[in-house]
Ligand binder design. Structure first.
Ligand SMILES: C[S@@+](CC[C@H](N)C(=O)[O-])C[C@H]1O[C@@H](n2cnc3c(N)ncnc32)[C@H](O)[C@@H]1O
Length: 278
């Protein structure tokens, strides 16, 4: 089978599962051939080797498996990370949380932070690369996620900056730090997500409880107890009201909410002891 014929077949196979079936077929073909996508433009008449393996990749995508799990790669901020089943695929909106935290780190000369729910390591790795003097303690309850974070941290040679701990929230963490960052699970348990998410991504990374915001509230309470200066969290687009109320009732005066690129409420930054919330 020629590359072009394989692409024509794959485009039809992916019609149900993908918005842009030919584009995704080409991406998976490029991945299969270990070439850039542009290579296909001038080589589509060539005979395709290992057709069976290409068919396997396409069948996986046709059954709604996320492209990132098939290729084991995801682009995030200015890096590429390894991902596989067992860890959340980092989302573009989380890049905004990183920018919010970066502003606080710069303005307040922050040297130590904790991340709750490190997942693949996306947030901690980008922050560690941006701020080489920053020390990070990053936790997760999932051993699978931590194994993947460890692999990514090693790839970027950041073991001296990021310490991983398997625990609930910050249990058993006795070190002091100035800021907590978290993108916790915040979706209500009864929400039915699209198949590529619901059927493939880890539920303990997605669902936060009956109302979804339970862990966010626990993290606010914890940040107060730990006496940190700042807390920055991602949240659901419909959780501003409940977070606002909870922050105010917790005695947190200084906070702001930020939007994602679609203009939806997506997170908040709170300051506990310092007046400098950007
Ligand atoms: C939405 S994912 C975020 C992953 C990564 N930080 C990112 O932004 O791509 C939430 C992560 O929190 C972890 N998690 C869930 N409950 C937790 C808990 N009680 N304590 C620590 N981590 C938790 C999950 O295993 C998951 O890796």
């Amino acid at each position: 089978m020629k590359i072009k014929e394989a692409l024509d077949w794959a485009r039809i196979e992916l019609t149900q599962s993908c918005e842009r079936p030919l584009f995704e077929a080409e991406l998976l073909m490029a991945h299969h051939l270990k070439k850039e996508r542009i290579y296909l433009a001038t080589n589509e008449h060539k005979e395709l080797e290992d057709t069976k393996e290409f068919e396997r990749l396409i069948k996986r995508r046709a059954s709604n498996e996320p492209y990132e799990y098939i290729t084991n790669r995801v682009s995030f901020y200015d890096i590429e990370l390894f991902v596989e089943h067992g860890v959340l695929i980092p989302r573009p909106e989380t890049e905004i949380l990183i920018d919010e935290v970066s502003d606080i780190i710069l303005e307040n000369n922050i040297k130590s932070i904790a991340e709750i729910g490190v997942g693949s390591g996306a947030i901690s790795i980008v922050l560690a690369r941006k701020f080489p003097n920053l020390k990070i303690i990053a936790t997760d309850i999932s051993a699978d996620a931590l194994a993947i974070a460890r692999k990514n941290i090693k790839f970027f040679n950041l073991e001296h900056q990021i310490t991983l701990v398997q625990t609930n929230l910050l249990d058993e963490i006795n070190e002091d730090f100035e800021l907590i960052v978290s993108n916790p699970p915040y979706i209500a348990n009864d929400v039915l997500l699209e198949s590529n998410v619901q059927d493939h991504e880890p539920h303990n990374a997605l669902f936060g409880g009956a109302t979804g915001d339970e862990l966010l509230k626990d993290i606010i309470t914890l940040a107060k107890q730990k006496n940190v200066k700042f807390l920055a969290c991602e949240m659901g687009y419909d959780q501003k009201e409940s977070m606002e109320l909870f922050l105010t009732n917790s005695g947190v005066q200084l906070h702001h909410f930020y939007d994602d690129l679609a203009g939806l409420n997506r997170g908040f930054v709170a300051s506990f002891n310092s007046p400098k919330v950007p």
